[in-house]
Structures are given as structure tokens and as C-alpha cells.
Design a binder for this molecule. Structure first.
Ligand code: CP
Length: 349
């Protein structure tokens, strides 16, 4: 099962990336988790909690008939569906443009696709793209808020927020509901292990930017081909532990990542060896404290990153993550449209 190696050089985590201005062009955009202050994340958690508990009829009046486009250049189940359900819960009209069934197939560019969606009345765009940095390009061309639904190997900020919400719901419910303000010590004493294909993971990157800010210690675990030596340099409070069992013993949260088989060409990754060393099975799960939780952004590959018994077991909070995605995305959409309205650029102005 070893993938052919075209080079003996080890990959580096910091890939040449698209231009990354320090701030997004539009104040309603959500492109990098690094753009959010802890106060702003506290506000988002509070709004997510309140919107989730609001009467659905009242909630559906909040952004009634406002328009958002979902522009997806890569496959998605969780992110696309939860953004769409979140928008509909707020009363919005949504439209989906996928690269597989649109004029993107005929060669239409990101710029022209974005301008077309704007001309059709979209006031904001939710974008998933295979190129790192594509959301920055789209917002600059369209002057619309862009919500990053995952761009290349760069970031997946709404995933990091829902991961945080899921962790806090188990570790500190007052923080999860936004009642208590997040601080640099909110996750002090908490160790989060992120395991597996760190190299290709935008989820890992967003979590690495977020969790240390809250005082968490982050332990990265995986084989050298998928976890470059320089990964620990990405933020303070981040370390590398190649021995998965030792990482598990220290962790209150274990975040498994999907092995991105579609991106393994050229890397010397043996999937049987990976399972032997890094698959979370019941024997390894016993190393975790009973109250520790297991997360995975999905899609999970049963029998590779984890066994079915672990995926379906009581410590797995994977479906809770999915569930939390809708409320976080309602809060992000509401924030985007509040910024639009504050600029006097919304459709109702
Ligand atoms: N977590 C996540 O991004 O899943 P999807 O690819 O299904 O959206």
C-alpha cells in the first residue's frame, strides 16, 4: 500500500501560499481564524447559543429573503449542508454553485464566477476552493463578504470554531455558551492531540492558530511524511510527539484527521504502517482518561484513522461536532450581514 515516492526530501508544513494580507478586505469576511480576537470569538459563541435556542419562526425573520451563494470547488457534505441549513434557519435564500455542474466546467474563472453571483443578487459568498488564499482573491474582486469553507491547505476557520465549541461544551460549558469571556487561560491545563495528516490539513492549521491562544497545549502526532519537523514552530505551546500512545496519555482531547489519500502521490506513506502506529482502536483508547473526548472533522475513514468501535463509542463526539456546525455558521452568517448593513451595502439599504 506504499505510495510511490518521487523524492526523498521530506515535505515542509509551510507551503508557498497565496497572498495573505493581515486582515480581510471585507469586515464581514471570515477567512482565517487568526483574524478573530478572543472577544469576537466569545461573541460568536454567545450568538451561536442564542440563535440555536431561539424560536425558529422568530429566527427565520432575522435575514429573511437575504441572499447568500455557496460556491464549492471541492466536495463537501458537512460544511456545505450546515452552511446551507444555517442560512435557511435565518430565513435566507441560498443557491449552490458547484464546479461539477456549472460554467466553471467550461473554464469560467473564480473572478467571473464571483462577479456573476454578485450580479444575480448574492450579498455574500461561502467559498470552498482547492487553492490556498482563494477567499482573499474572491472578496477583493467582488467586494462581498466571503466565508471561507476551506481553502487548499490554508484554513478552515468555521471548523476550528465548531471544534472549539465542542471541546468547551465538555470542558467548560459557560465558555461554550459565551456566558464567560474567553481568555488566554480558558484552556490552560488542557492538552489537545492532533493526529495524522497534519501536512495537508487546513483544519489542523486553523486549530493550531486558535487553541494555543486559549492556553491549550497542542501535541502533534503522526509519521514524518505527514508531520514535518518544523510543525512545532507554527505557534507557541505546540509540540511533536511521534509516539501516539504517549500523546494519548497526556490528552483531554484527541483530534484525529482524515488521511487525504488523494494528496499522497509522491509521498512515501505506507497506510498499513500508519494503521499499526496511529490508528485509534479500543486498545489505544484505553490510554485516554475516561472523560477525554475524541474528535474528527470528518469525513472519517473507518478502519484507517480509527476503528468503528471507537467512532461509535461513548468518547466519540464526532456527530456532536457536526451538529454544532449549524449554530456556529448561523453566527458567522449573521456577523457577515451585520457588517454589510453597517456599511450600508446590504440589499435592504
Ligand atoms: N469537516 C469538513 O470540512 O467536512 P466536509 O468536507 O464534508 O465539509
Amino acid at each position: 500500500m506504499a505510495m510511490p515516492a518521487s523524492s526523498t526530501a521530506r515535505p515542509r508544513l509551510r507551503t508557498p501560499s497565496a497572498p495573505q494580507p493581515p486582515f480581510p478586505h471585507h469586515p464581514g469576511s471570515a477567512i482565517s481564524i487568526g483574524h478573530f480576537s478572543l472577544a469576537e470569538i466569545t461573541r460568536l459563541l454567545r450568538r451561536a447559543h442564542l440563535l440555536n435556542n431561539e424560536d425558529p419562526i422568530e429566527r427565520s425573520k432575522r435575514l429573511a429573503k437575504r441572499r447568500v451563494a455557496l460556491l464549492f470547488y471541492e466536495a463537501s457534505t458537512r460544511t456545505r449542508t450546515s452552511f446551507e441549513l444555517a442560512a435557511k434557519s435565518l430565513g435566507m435564500d441560498t443557491t449552490l454553485v458547484s464546479n461539477l455542474s456549472s460554467s466553471i466546467e467550461k473554464g469560467e474563472s473564480l473572478k467571473d464566477t464571483g462577479l456573476t453571483l454578485r450580479a444575480l443578487g448574492a450579498e455574500a459568498i461561502i467559498l470552498r476552493h482547492n487553492a490556498s488564499g482563494a477567499p482573499y482573491v474572491l472578496e477583493q474582486f467582488t467586494d462581498l463578504p466571503v466565508l471561507n469553507a476551506g481553502d487548499g491547505r490554508h484554513e478552515h476557520p468555521s471548523q476550528a470554531l465548531l471544534d472549539l465549541l465542542t471541546m468547551l461544551a465538555h470542558l467548560s460549558p459557560a465558555h461554550a455558551s459565551g456566558e464567560a469571556a474567553l481568555t488566554a487561560e480558558s484552556l490552560k491545563g488542557v492538552t489537545v492531540s492532533i493526529v495524522g495528516d497534519i501536512l495537508h490539513s487546513r483544519v489542523a492549521r486553523s486549530n493550531l492558530l486558535l487553541l494555543p491562544q486559549l492556553g491549550a497545549e497542542v501535541v502533534l502526532s503522526g509519521p514524518p511524511e505527514l508531520l514535518p519537523e518544523d510543525a512545532a514552530l507554527i505557534a507557541p505551546n505546540v509540540g511533536v510527539e511521534r509516539n501516539f500512545e504517549l500523546a494519548l496519555q497526556r490528552s483531554q482531547v484527541v483530534m484525529l484527521l482524515r488521511i487525504q489519500s488523494e494528496r499522497l502521490a509522491g509521498l512515501n506513506v505506507d497506510l498499513d504502517e500508519y494503521k499499526t502506529r496511529y490508528q485509534l482502536d479500543e486498545r489505544r483508547l484505553a490510554r485516554l482518561a475516561p472523560e477525554a473526548i475524541v474528535l474528527h472533522p470528518g469525513p472519517i475513514i473507518r478502519g484507517l484513522e480509527l476503528t468503528a468501535a471507537v467512532a461509535d463509542g461513548p468518547q466519540s463526539k464526532i456527530l456532536e461536532q457536526v451538529h454544532n456546525g449549524v449554530r456556529i455558521r448561523m453566527a458567522l452568517i449573521e456577523r457577515a450581514f451585520a457588517a454589510l448593513d453597517a456599511q450600508g451595502k446590504g440589499a435592504n439599504q
